[in-house]
Write a protein that binds this ligand. Structure first.
Ligand SMILES: *Cc1c(COP(=O)(O)O)cnc(C)c1O
Ligand code: SF4
Length: 523
Protein backbone atom coordinates (compact mmCIF):
# COMPACT_ATOMS: atom_id res chain seq x y z
CA UNK A 1 0.00 0.00 0.00
CA UNK A 2 1.30 3.46 -0.88
CA UNK A 3 1.81 6.01 1.83
CA UNK A 4 0.07 9.31 1.73
CA UNK A 5 2.61 11.64 3.18
CA UNK A 6 2.56 13.85 0.08
CA UNK A 7 -1.22 13.89 -0.41
CA UNK A 8 -2.95 17.16 0.39
CA UNK A 9 -6.71 16.85 0.65
CA UNK A 10 -9.05 19.39 -0.84
CA UNK A 11 -11.69 20.77 1.53
CA UNK A 12 -14.44 18.47 0.21
CA UNK A 13 -12.39 15.37 0.99
CA UNK A 14 -11.22 16.79 4.32
CA UNK A 15 -14.85 17.46 5.25
CA UNK A 16 -15.84 13.96 4.19
CA UNK A 17 -13.08 12.40 6.34
CA UNK A 18 -13.94 14.59 9.29
CA UNK A 19 -17.57 13.50 9.08
CA UNK A 20 -16.80 9.80 8.56
CA UNK A 21 -14.40 9.61 11.51
CA UNK A 22 -16.66 11.37 14.01
CA UNK A 23 -17.50 8.69 16.56
CA UNK A 24 -21.24 8.47 17.17
CA UNK A 25 -21.46 5.46 19.44
CA UNK A 26 -19.44 2.71 21.09
CA UNK A 27 -19.46 -0.93 20.20
CA UNK A 28 -18.77 -2.96 17.14
CA UNK A 29 -20.67 -3.59 13.93
CA UNK A 30 -21.80 -7.08 12.95
CA UNK A 31 -19.36 -9.39 11.17
CA UNK A 32 -21.59 -9.05 8.13
CA UNK A 33 -21.17 -5.25 8.01
CA UNK A 34 -17.41 -5.51 8.56
CA UNK A 35 -17.24 -8.12 5.80
CA UNK A 36 -19.18 -5.91 3.40
CA UNK A 37 -16.85 -2.96 4.12
CA UNK A 38 -13.77 -5.15 3.67
CA UNK A 39 -15.04 -6.45 0.34
CA UNK A 40 -15.76 -2.89 -0.97
CA UNK A 41 -12.29 -1.86 0.19
CA UNK A 42 -10.70 -4.80 -1.62
CA UNK A 43 -12.46 -3.85 -4.86
CA UNK A 44 -11.44 -0.20 -4.50
CA UNK A 45 -7.81 -1.17 -4.03
CA UNK A 46 -7.72 -3.48 -7.04
CA UNK A 47 -7.38 -2.15 -10.54
CA UNK A 48 -7.49 1.37 -11.88
CA UNK A 49 -11.13 2.40 -11.70
CA UNK A 50 -12.53 5.41 -9.87
CA UNK A 51 -16.04 3.91 -9.61
CA UNK A 52 -15.15 1.31 -6.98
CA UNK A 53 -13.46 3.98 -4.82
CA UNK A 54 -16.58 6.17 -5.07
CA UNK A 55 -18.75 3.14 -4.19
CA UNK A 56 -16.66 2.46 -1.09
CA UNK A 57 -16.82 6.03 0.21
CA UNK A 58 -20.53 6.32 -0.58
CA UNK A 59 -21.14 3.09 1.38
CA UNK A 60 -19.03 4.37 4.29
CA UNK A 61 -21.06 7.60 4.30
CA UNK A 62 -24.27 5.55 4.46
CA UNK A 63 -22.90 3.30 7.27
CA UNK A 64 -22.02 6.41 9.22
CA UNK A 65 -25.24 8.25 8.62
CA UNK A 66 -27.71 5.41 9.08
CA UNK A 67 -26.02 2.99 11.50
CA UNK A 68 -23.54 5.34 13.11
CA UNK A 69 -20.32 3.36 12.47
CA UNK A 70 -17.01 5.00 11.64
CA UNK A 71 -14.63 3.37 9.11
CA UNK A 72 -12.33 2.42 11.98
CA UNK A 73 -15.15 0.55 13.72
CA UNK A 74 -15.75 -1.20 10.40
CA UNK A 75 -12.08 -2.22 10.32
CA UNK A 76 -10.65 0.33 7.88
CA UNK A 77 -7.82 2.68 8.85
CA UNK A 78 -7.71 6.37 8.07
CA UNK A 79 -4.32 5.91 6.41
CA UNK A 80 -5.54 3.25 4.01
CA UNK A 81 -8.57 5.36 3.05
CA UNK A 82 -6.39 8.42 2.49
CA UNK A 83 -4.32 6.32 0.10
CA UNK A 84 -7.48 5.50 -1.84
CA UNK A 85 -8.54 9.16 -1.90
CA UNK A 86 -5.11 10.03 -3.33
CA UNK A 87 -5.47 7.24 -5.89
CA UNK A 88 -8.89 8.56 -6.97
CA UNK A 89 -7.55 12.04 -7.59
CA UNK A 90 -4.56 10.62 -9.49
CA UNK A 91 -6.75 8.46 -11.73
CA UNK A 92 -9.37 11.09 -12.59
CA UNK A 93 -8.57 13.02 -15.79
CA UNK A 94 -9.88 16.24 -14.30
CA UNK A 95 -8.39 15.62 -10.84
CA UNK A 96 -11.82 15.40 -9.26
CA UNK A 97 -11.52 14.26 -5.66
CA UNK A 98 -13.55 11.51 -4.04
CA UNK A 99 -14.82 14.09 -1.52
CA UNK A 100 -16.04 16.34 -4.36
CA UNK A 101 -17.71 13.45 -6.09
CA UNK A 102 -19.37 11.80 -3.05
CA UNK A 103 -20.01 14.90 -0.96
CA UNK A 104 -20.91 17.45 -3.63
CA UNK A 105 -21.53 16.27 -7.19
CA UNK A 106 -23.62 13.18 -6.44
CA UNK A 107 -26.05 14.97 -4.07
CA UNK A 108 -26.44 17.81 -6.60
CA UNK A 109 -27.25 15.33 -9.37
CA UNK A 110 -29.65 13.48 -7.06
CA UNK A 111 -31.54 16.72 -6.37
CA UNK A 112 -31.63 17.54 -10.08
CA UNK A 113 -32.96 14.06 -10.85
CA UNK A 114 -35.89 14.61 -8.51
CA UNK A 115 -36.93 17.66 -10.56
CA UNK A 116 -37.67 15.51 -13.60
CA UNK A 117 -39.02 12.46 -11.78
CA UNK A 118 -42.63 13.58 -12.10
CA UNK A 119 -42.22 14.29 -15.82
CA UNK A 120 -40.65 10.90 -16.49
CA UNK A 121 -43.44 9.27 -14.55
CA UNK A 122 -46.33 11.06 -16.23
CA UNK A 123 -45.40 11.77 -19.85
CA UNK A 124 -46.16 8.34 -21.37
CA UNK A 125 -49.81 8.57 -20.32
CA UNK A 126 -50.43 12.31 -20.32
CA UNK A 127 -48.53 13.26 -23.44
CA UNK A 128 -47.73 10.24 -25.59
CA UNK A 129 -45.95 10.94 -28.85
CA UNK A 130 -47.43 9.68 -32.09
CA UNK A 131 -44.47 7.33 -32.25
CA UNK A 132 -45.37 5.77 -28.91
CA UNK A 133 -49.04 5.23 -29.84
CA UNK A 134 -48.42 4.48 -33.51
CA UNK A 135 -50.12 1.05 -33.25
CA UNK A 136 -53.38 2.69 -32.24
CA UNK A 137 -53.06 5.23 -35.04
CA UNK A 138 -52.50 2.41 -37.53
CA UNK A 139 -55.79 0.85 -36.40
CA UNK A 140 -57.47 4.22 -37.00
CA UNK A 141 -55.87 4.37 -40.43
CA UNK A 142 -57.28 1.01 -41.40
CA UNK A 143 -60.76 1.99 -40.26
CA UNK A 144 -60.64 5.40 -41.99
CA UNK A 145 -59.33 3.92 -45.25
CA UNK A 146 -62.25 1.47 -45.28
CA UNK A 147 -64.89 4.09 -44.49
CA UNK A 148 -63.58 6.53 -47.10
CA UNK A 149 -62.81 3.83 -49.67
CA UNK A 150 -59.17 4.86 -49.97
CA UNK A 151 -56.55 2.68 -51.61
CA UNK A 152 -53.02 2.34 -50.24
CA UNK A 153 -51.85 4.69 -53.01
CA UNK A 154 -54.53 7.25 -52.12
CA UNK A 155 -53.39 7.17 -48.52
CA UNK A 156 -49.73 7.57 -49.35
CA UNK A 157 -50.14 10.46 -51.78
CA UNK A 158 -50.77 14.12 -51.13
CA UNK A 159 -53.42 14.30 -53.84
CA UNK A 160 -55.18 11.24 -52.39
CA UNK A 161 -55.16 12.83 -48.93
CA UNK A 162 -56.65 16.08 -50.28
CA UNK A 163 -59.20 14.33 -52.49
CA UNK A 164 -60.51 12.42 -49.46
CA UNK A 165 -60.27 15.32 -46.99
CA UNK A 166 -63.06 15.28 -44.41
CA UNK A 167 -65.10 18.48 -44.66
CA UNK A 168 -68.54 17.57 -43.35
CA UNK A 169 -69.80 16.24 -40.07
CA UNK A 170 -71.52 13.17 -41.54
CA UNK A 171 -68.21 11.83 -42.82
CA UNK A 172 -66.41 12.93 -39.68
CA UNK A 173 -68.89 11.05 -37.48
CA UNK A 174 -68.13 7.87 -39.41
CA UNK A 175 -64.41 8.01 -38.72
CA UNK A 176 -64.22 9.66 -35.28
CA UNK A 177 -66.26 8.85 -32.17
CA UNK A 178 -68.25 12.03 -31.53
CA UNK A 179 -70.92 12.49 -28.86
CA UNK A 180 -74.36 13.01 -30.46
CA UNK A 181 -74.68 16.57 -29.18
CA UNK A 182 -71.28 17.41 -30.57
CA UNK A 183 -72.44 16.25 -34.00
CA UNK A 184 -75.32 18.79 -33.91
CA UNK A 185 -72.92 21.53 -32.86
CA UNK A 186 -70.32 20.77 -35.51
CA UNK A 187 -73.10 20.86 -38.08
CA UNK A 188 -74.15 24.27 -36.81
CA UNK A 189 -70.62 25.68 -36.63
CA UNK A 190 -69.51 24.45 -40.03
CA UNK A 191 -72.20 26.62 -41.59
CA UNK A 192 -69.98 29.55 -40.59
CA UNK A 193 -66.49 28.09 -40.23
CA UNK A 194 -64.67 25.78 -42.48
CA UNK A 195 -63.63 22.35 -41.25
CA UNK A 196 -61.13 20.21 -43.08
CA UNK A 197 -59.09 17.28 -41.84
CA UNK A 198 -56.92 15.15 -44.03
CA UNK A 199 -57.63 11.46 -43.41
CA UNK A 200 -54.04 11.14 -42.12
CA UNK A 201 -54.54 13.94 -39.56
CA UNK A 202 -57.88 12.40 -38.51
CA UNK A 203 -56.07 9.11 -37.83
CA UNK A 204 -54.01 10.85 -35.11
CA UNK A 205 -57.15 11.36 -33.00
CA UNK A 206 -57.06 8.76 -30.23
CA UNK A 207 -60.44 7.23 -29.43
CA UNK A 208 -61.62 7.07 -25.86
CA UNK A 209 -60.39 10.37 -24.51
CA UNK A 210 -62.47 13.49 -24.02
CA UNK A 211 -60.80 16.53 -25.53
CA UNK A 212 -58.21 14.64 -27.52
CA UNK A 213 -55.64 17.36 -28.41
CA UNK A 214 -55.72 16.60 -32.14
CA UNK A 215 -59.53 16.60 -32.17
CA UNK A 216 -59.60 19.94 -30.32
CA UNK A 217 -57.26 21.49 -32.88
CA UNK A 218 -59.19 20.35 -35.92
CA UNK A 219 -62.89 19.99 -35.17
CA UNK A 220 -64.77 23.17 -34.26
CA UNK A 221 -67.14 23.04 -31.27
CA UNK A 222 -70.27 25.13 -30.65
CA UNK A 223 -68.21 27.60 -28.65
CA UNK A 224 -66.77 28.97 -31.87
CA UNK A 225 -70.14 30.36 -32.84
CA UNK A 226 -71.41 31.04 -29.32
CA UNK A 227 -68.28 33.00 -28.37
CA UNK A 228 -68.52 35.18 -31.41
CA UNK A 229 -68.54 38.79 -30.36
CA UNK A 230 -66.74 41.73 -31.72
CA UNK A 231 -63.82 40.46 -33.69
CA UNK A 232 -60.80 42.71 -33.46
CA UNK A 233 -59.49 43.01 -36.99
CA UNK A 234 -56.12 41.34 -37.47
CA UNK A 235 -53.28 43.77 -36.84
CA UNK A 236 -52.05 42.84 -40.30
CA UNK A 237 -54.80 45.01 -41.75
CA UNK A 238 -52.87 48.09 -40.72
CA UNK A 239 -49.46 46.55 -41.33
CA UNK A 240 -49.76 45.73 -44.99
CA UNK A 241 -47.76 48.26 -46.97
CA UNK A 242 -48.22 46.36 -50.24
CA UNK A 243 -50.32 43.63 -51.81
CA UNK A 244 -49.83 40.27 -50.01
CA UNK A 245 -47.18 41.84 -47.73
CA UNK A 246 -47.24 42.26 -43.94
CA UNK A 247 -44.46 44.24 -42.35
CA UNK A 248 -43.92 44.89 -38.65
CA UNK A 249 -40.14 44.98 -38.72
CA UNK A 250 -37.64 46.81 -40.96
CA UNK A 251 -35.62 43.70 -41.83
CA UNK A 252 -38.36 41.05 -42.10
CA UNK A 253 -41.54 40.86 -44.16
CA UNK A 254 -44.10 38.14 -44.78
CA UNK A 255 -45.71 37.32 -48.10
CA UNK A 256 -49.13 35.78 -47.55
CA UNK A 257 -48.83 33.59 -50.61
CA UNK A 258 -52.14 31.71 -50.31
CA UNK A 259 -55.18 31.51 -48.06
CA UNK A 260 -55.37 27.72 -48.24
CA UNK A 261 -54.26 25.04 -45.81
CA UNK A 262 -54.38 21.26 -46.03
CA UNK A 263 -56.32 21.27 -42.75
CA UNK A 264 -57.93 24.12 -40.87
CA UNK A 265 -57.10 24.81 -37.22
CA UNK A 266 -59.76 25.78 -34.69
CA UNK A 267 -57.30 28.30 -33.20
CA UNK A 268 -56.29 29.93 -36.47
CA UNK A 269 -55.11 33.49 -36.02
CA UNK A 270 -56.10 34.24 -39.60
CA UNK A 271 -59.59 32.81 -39.23
CA UNK A 272 -61.03 35.76 -41.10
CA UNK A 273 -58.97 35.15 -44.24
CA UNK A 274 -58.20 31.49 -44.17
CA UNK A 275 -60.26 28.85 -45.77
CA UNK A 276 -63.45 30.79 -46.38
CA UNK A 277 -62.95 30.20 -50.07
CA UNK A 278 -59.87 28.62 -51.65
CA UNK A 279 -58.15 31.18 -53.77
CA UNK A 280 -55.25 30.91 -56.13
CA UNK A 281 -53.46 34.22 -56.34
CA UNK A 282 -52.42 35.71 -59.65
CA UNK A 283 -48.84 36.23 -60.78
CA UNK A 284 -49.62 39.97 -60.84
CA UNK A 285 -50.28 39.86 -57.10
CA UNK A 286 -46.98 38.06 -56.40
CA UNK A 287 -45.31 40.49 -58.80
CA UNK A 288 -46.47 43.48 -56.77
CA UNK A 289 -45.27 41.88 -53.54
CA UNK A 290 -41.86 41.18 -55.09
CA UNK A 291 -41.68 44.73 -56.45
CA UNK A 292 -42.19 46.05 -52.94
CA UNK A 293 -39.37 43.89 -51.60
CA UNK A 294 -37.11 44.87 -54.52
CA UNK A 295 -37.76 48.56 -53.85
CA UNK A 296 -36.94 48.36 -50.13
CA UNK A 297 -33.27 47.42 -49.66
CA UNK A 298 -33.45 47.20 -45.88
CA UNK A 299 -35.56 44.02 -46.21
CA UNK A 300 -33.28 41.06 -45.57
CA UNK A 301 -35.47 38.11 -44.52
CA UNK A 302 -38.67 37.08 -46.33
CA UNK A 303 -41.17 34.73 -44.77
CA UNK A 304 -43.49 33.05 -47.28
CA UNK A 305 -46.62 32.08 -45.41
CA UNK A 306 -50.37 31.86 -45.87
CA UNK A 307 -52.33 29.87 -45.17
CA UNK A 308 -49.75 27.23 -45.74
CA UNK A 309 -46.92 27.95 -48.17
CA UNK A 310 -46.57 24.29 -49.14
CA UNK A 311 -50.07 24.12 -50.66
CA UNK A 312 -48.50 26.07 -53.54
CA UNK A 313 -47.63 23.80 -56.45
CA UNK A 314 -43.92 22.96 -56.77
CA UNK A 315 -43.55 25.05 -59.93
CA UNK A 316 -44.95 28.12 -58.19
CA UNK A 317 -42.78 27.62 -55.09
CA UNK A 318 -39.70 27.20 -57.22
CA UNK A 319 -40.50 30.38 -59.16
CA UNK A 320 -41.16 32.40 -56.00
CA UNK A 321 -37.97 31.20 -54.28
CA UNK A 322 -35.92 31.94 -57.41
CA UNK A 323 -37.36 35.44 -57.62
CA UNK A 324 -36.45 36.05 -53.97
CA UNK A 325 -32.95 34.63 -54.46
CA UNK A 326 -32.45 37.03 -57.37
CA UNK A 327 -32.99 40.08 -55.17
CA UNK A 328 -29.55 41.17 -53.97
CA UNK A 329 -30.58 42.44 -50.53
CA UNK A 330 -32.73 39.43 -49.67
CA UNK A 331 -30.33 37.16 -47.75
CA UNK A 332 -32.61 34.64 -46.03
CA UNK A 333 -35.96 33.02 -46.71
CA UNK A 334 -38.49 31.13 -44.62
CA UNK A 335 -41.42 28.95 -45.57
CA UNK A 336 -44.30 28.74 -43.07
CA UNK A 337 -46.08 25.38 -43.22
CA UNK A 338 -48.02 22.88 -41.13
CA UNK A 339 -48.13 20.36 -43.95
CA UNK A 340 -45.38 18.06 -42.62
CA UNK A 341 -47.64 17.62 -39.55
CA UNK A 342 -51.05 17.42 -41.22
CA UNK A 343 -50.17 15.88 -44.60
CA UNK A 344 -46.58 14.62 -44.58
CA UNK A 345 -47.26 12.81 -47.86
CA UNK A 346 -46.63 16.19 -49.55
CA UNK A 347 -42.90 15.97 -48.81
CA UNK A 348 -41.52 14.21 -51.89
CA UNK A 349 -38.15 14.28 -53.60
CA UNK A 350 -39.17 16.85 -56.17
CA UNK A 351 -40.09 19.31 -53.40
CA UNK A 352 -36.97 18.47 -51.38
CA UNK A 353 -34.77 19.17 -54.43
CA UNK A 354 -36.40 22.59 -54.85
CA UNK A 355 -35.87 23.43 -51.18
CA UNK A 356 -32.25 22.32 -51.25
CA UNK A 357 -31.43 24.22 -54.45
CA UNK A 358 -32.86 27.42 -52.96
CA UNK A 359 -31.16 26.92 -49.58
CA UNK A 360 -27.84 26.46 -51.37
CA UNK A 361 -28.24 29.93 -52.83
CA UNK A 362 -29.42 31.72 -49.69
CA UNK A 363 -30.31 30.00 -46.42
CA UNK A 364 -33.89 28.72 -46.36
CA UNK A 365 -35.60 27.81 -43.10
CA UNK A 366 -38.86 25.94 -42.72
CA UNK A 367 -41.10 27.20 -39.92
CA UNK A 368 -43.80 24.82 -38.81
CA UNK A 369 -46.49 24.50 -36.15
CA UNK A 370 -46.57 21.40 -33.96
CA UNK A 371 -48.57 21.74 -30.75
CA UNK A 372 -48.40 18.25 -29.21
CA UNK A 373 -46.03 15.29 -29.22
CA UNK A 374 -49.00 13.26 -30.48
CA UNK A 375 -48.55 14.96 -33.87
CA UNK A 376 -45.05 13.52 -34.27
CA UNK A 377 -45.49 10.08 -35.83
CA UNK A 378 -42.95 7.92 -37.65
CA UNK A 379 -44.31 9.48 -40.87
CA UNK A 380 -44.10 13.16 -39.86
CA UNK A 381 -40.74 12.56 -38.18
CA UNK A 382 -39.36 11.10 -41.41
CA UNK A 383 -40.71 14.12 -43.31
CA UNK A 384 -39.06 16.56 -40.90
CA UNK A 385 -35.76 14.69 -40.96
CA UNK A 386 -35.78 14.70 -44.77
CA UNK A 387 -36.48 18.45 -44.86
CA UNK A 388 -33.85 19.20 -42.23
CA UNK A 389 -31.18 17.52 -44.37
CA UNK A 390 -31.93 19.89 -47.26
CA UNK A 391 -32.51 23.30 -45.62
CA UNK A 392 -30.72 25.57 -43.15
CA UNK A 393 -33.07 24.88 -40.23
CA UNK A 394 -36.51 23.60 -39.31
CA UNK A 395 -38.15 25.56 -36.49
CA UNK A 396 -41.40 25.21 -34.57
CA UNK A 397 -43.88 27.88 -33.57
CA UNK A 398 -46.31 26.27 -31.15
CA UNK A 399 -49.46 27.95 -29.88
CA UNK A 400 -50.17 27.58 -26.17
CA UNK A 401 -53.67 26.08 -26.00
CA UNK A 402 -55.87 24.99 -23.11
CA UNK A 403 -56.18 21.23 -22.78
CA UNK A 404 -53.75 20.75 -25.65
CA UNK A 405 -50.32 21.69 -24.33
CA UNK A 406 -50.88 23.82 -21.20
CA UNK A 407 -48.87 21.78 -18.70
CA UNK A 408 -45.16 21.33 -18.13
CA UNK A 409 -45.45 17.62 -18.87
CA UNK A 410 -47.09 18.25 -22.26
CA UNK A 411 -44.83 21.12 -23.25
CA UNK A 412 -41.59 19.36 -22.24
CA UNK A 413 -42.71 16.30 -24.15
CA UNK A 414 -43.55 18.36 -27.23
CA UNK A 415 -40.20 20.13 -27.20
CA UNK A 416 -38.13 17.00 -26.60
CA UNK A 417 -40.04 15.01 -29.21
CA UNK A 418 -39.73 17.59 -31.98
CA UNK A 419 -36.07 18.10 -31.19
CA UNK A 420 -35.55 14.39 -31.86
CA UNK A 421 -37.32 14.94 -35.19
CA UNK A 422 -34.68 17.62 -36.06
CA UNK A 423 -37.13 20.47 -35.41
CA UNK A 424 -35.90 23.29 -33.21
CA UNK A 425 -38.43 24.74 -30.72
CA UNK A 426 -38.46 28.42 -31.68
CA UNK A 427 -41.54 30.18 -30.32
CA UNK A 428 -44.50 29.40 -28.07
CA UNK A 429 -47.23 31.92 -28.78
CA UNK A 430 -49.81 32.91 -26.25
CA UNK A 431 -53.13 32.29 -28.01
CA UNK A 432 -54.46 35.45 -29.68
CA UNK A 433 -57.13 37.58 -27.99
CA UNK A 434 -58.29 38.98 -31.30
CA UNK A 435 -60.64 36.20 -32.27
CA UNK A 436 -63.37 35.61 -29.70
CA UNK A 437 -64.20 32.37 -31.54
CA UNK A 438 -61.46 30.51 -29.71
CA UNK A 439 -61.27 32.31 -26.40
CA UNK A 440 -62.14 28.99 -24.72
CA UNK A 441 -58.67 27.79 -25.75
CA UNK A 442 -56.74 30.69 -24.25
CA UNK A 443 -54.25 30.19 -21.39
CA UNK A 444 -53.25 32.95 -18.93
CA UNK A 445 -49.81 34.48 -19.47
CA UNK A 446 -48.73 33.54 -15.92
CA UNK A 447 -49.42 29.85 -16.64
CA UNK A 448 -47.40 30.03 -19.84
CA UNK A 449 -44.54 31.71 -18.00
CA UNK A 450 -44.45 28.93 -15.39
CA UNK A 451 -44.44 26.27 -18.08
CA UNK A 452 -41.64 27.79 -20.13
CA UNK A 453 -39.66 28.73 -17.03
CA UNK A 454 -39.91 25.14 -15.76
CA UNK A 455 -37.78 23.98 -18.65
CA UNK A 456 -34.65 25.93 -17.68
CA UNK A 457 -32.01 23.81 -16.02
CA UNK A 458 -34.01 20.66 -16.66
CA UNK A 459 -34.03 19.98 -20.39
CA UNK A 460 -31.61 20.79 -23.20
CA UNK A 461 -31.26 24.54 -23.67
CA UNK A 462 -31.92 24.29 -27.40
CA UNK A 463 -35.23 22.51 -26.70
CA UNK A 464 -36.55 25.61 -24.89
CA UNK A 465 -38.70 27.94 -27.00
CA UNK A 466 -39.18 31.66 -26.50
CA UNK A 467 -42.57 32.63 -25.09
CA UNK A 468 -44.24 35.38 -27.09
CA UNK A 469 -47.41 37.47 -27.18
CA UNK A 470 -48.41 38.86 -30.53
CA UNK A 471 -49.72 42.40 -30.22
CA UNK A 472 -48.59 44.46 -33.17
CA UNK A 473 -45.31 42.54 -33.30
CA UNK A 474 -43.90 39.88 -31.06
CA UNK A 475 -43.41 40.74 -27.40
CA UNK A 476 -41.23 38.43 -25.26
CA UNK A 477 -43.06 37.17 -22.16
CA UNK A 478 -40.30 35.46 -20.21
CA UNK A 479 -40.01 36.20 -16.53
CA UNK A 480 -37.02 38.17 -15.48
CA UNK A 481 -34.61 36.31 -13.27
CA UNK A 482 -32.69 39.44 -12.34
CA UNK A 483 -34.11 40.60 -9.02
CA UNK A 484 -31.85 43.55 -8.37
CA UNK A 485 -29.16 45.62 -10.11
CA UNK A 486 -26.42 46.64 -7.69
CA UNK A 487 -23.07 48.37 -8.22
CA UNK A 488 -20.75 45.74 -9.58
CA UNK A 489 -23.25 42.94 -9.05
CA UNK A 490 -26.75 41.77 -9.87
CA UNK A 491 -28.94 39.57 -7.73
CA UNK A 492 -30.44 36.72 -9.73
CA UNK A 493 -32.65 33.74 -9.16
CA UNK A 494 -32.25 30.23 -10.58
CA UNK A 495 -35.49 29.39 -12.41
CA UNK A 496 -35.31 25.69 -11.49
CA UNK A 497 -34.81 26.03 -7.71
CA UNK A 498 -35.56 29.63 -6.78
CA UNK A 499 -32.09 29.81 -5.23
CA UNK A 500 -30.76 33.38 -5.26
CA UNK A 501 -27.23 34.13 -6.37
CA UNK A 502 -25.14 37.27 -6.45
CA UNK A 503 -23.46 37.63 -9.79
CA UNK A 504 -20.50 39.98 -10.28
CA UNK A 505 -21.15 42.60 -12.95
CA UNK A 506 -18.54 44.93 -14.45
CA UNK A 507 -18.48 48.35 -12.79
CA UNK A 508 -19.87 51.01 -15.18
CA UNK A 509 -16.69 53.12 -15.07
CA UNK A 510 -14.60 50.03 -15.81
CA UNK A 511 -16.82 49.21 -18.81
CA UNK A 512 -16.60 52.83 -20.05
CA UNK A 513 -12.77 52.72 -20.30
CA UNK A 514 -11.52 52.75 -23.88
CA UNK A 515 -7.84 52.09 -23.11
CA UNK A 516 -8.10 48.33 -23.09
CA UNK A 517 -6.50 45.55 -25.13
CA UNK A 518 -4.18 46.85 -27.84
CA UNK A 519 -5.26 50.45 -27.24
CA UNK A 520 -3.04 50.29 -24.14
CA UNK A 521 0.05 50.07 -26.33
CA UNK A 522 -0.82 53.25 -28.20
CA UNK A 523 0.32 55.58 -25.43
C1 LIG B 1 -43.85 36.66 -36.98
C2 LIG B 1 -43.69 37.64 -38.00
C3 LIG B 1 -42.43 37.89 -38.54
C4 LIG B 1 -41.18 37.15 -38.15
O1 LIG B 1 -40.76 37.42 -36.86
P1 LIG B 1 -39.47 36.71 -36.27
O2 LIG B 1 -39.37 37.18 -34.87
O3 LIG B 1 -38.29 37.13 -37.11
O4 LIG B 1 -39.69 35.24 -36.39
C5 LIG B 1 -42.34 38.87 -39.49
N1 LIG B 1 -43.41 39.56 -39.90
C6 LIG B 1 -44.63 39.33 -39.40
C7 LIG B 1 -45.78 40.12 -39.91
C8 LIG B 1 -44.82 38.35 -38.44
O5 LIG B 1 -46.04 38.11 -37.95
S1 SF4 C 1 -52.14 25.92 -40.66
FE1 SF4 C 1 -51.85 28.02 -39.88
S2 SF4 C 1 -52.92 29.35 -41.33
FE2 SF4 C 1 -53.65 27.25 -41.69
S3 SF4 C 1 -55.47 27.06 -40.43
FE3 SF4 C 1 -53.78 26.31 -39.18
S4 SF4 C 1 -53.12 28.11 -38.00
FE4 SF4 C 1 -54.39 28.87 -39.72
Amino acid sequence: MSTTASYTMDTFTADLFAALFTVKKDGAPSDEDRGAAAELFRQAETGNLTGSIVDLFAALARFHEIQGWTPEQLGLSRQSLEALAAKHERLDEHRVTVGGRVGQARPIVDAARSRVAEYLDRHPLEAPSGIEVWDRMLENQQRIKNVLGMSEDDWNSYSGQLRHAIEDVETLAKVVDLPERAVEDVLRVTKTYRMRLTPYYASLILPGQINDPVLLQSVPTGEMVDNAGVEIPPVAADHSPARLIDQFYPRVVTIKATNMCAMYCTHCLRLAHIGAKDRIYSKEAYGEALDYIRANPEIRDVLVTGGDSLVLPNSMLQWLLCELDSIEHVRMKRLGTRIPVTTPQRIDNELLDILEASSDKKPLRVVTQINTAQEITPVSKAAFRAISKRVAAVMNQAVLLKGINDSSVKMWKLCETIQEACVRPYYVFNCSYRNPQFKHLRVPVAVGQSIVESMYGNISGDAIPRYIATAGGKIPLHRTNVLEHGHGHVKMQKPWSGEQVTYPDPEPQEYARQDFGFAKYEK
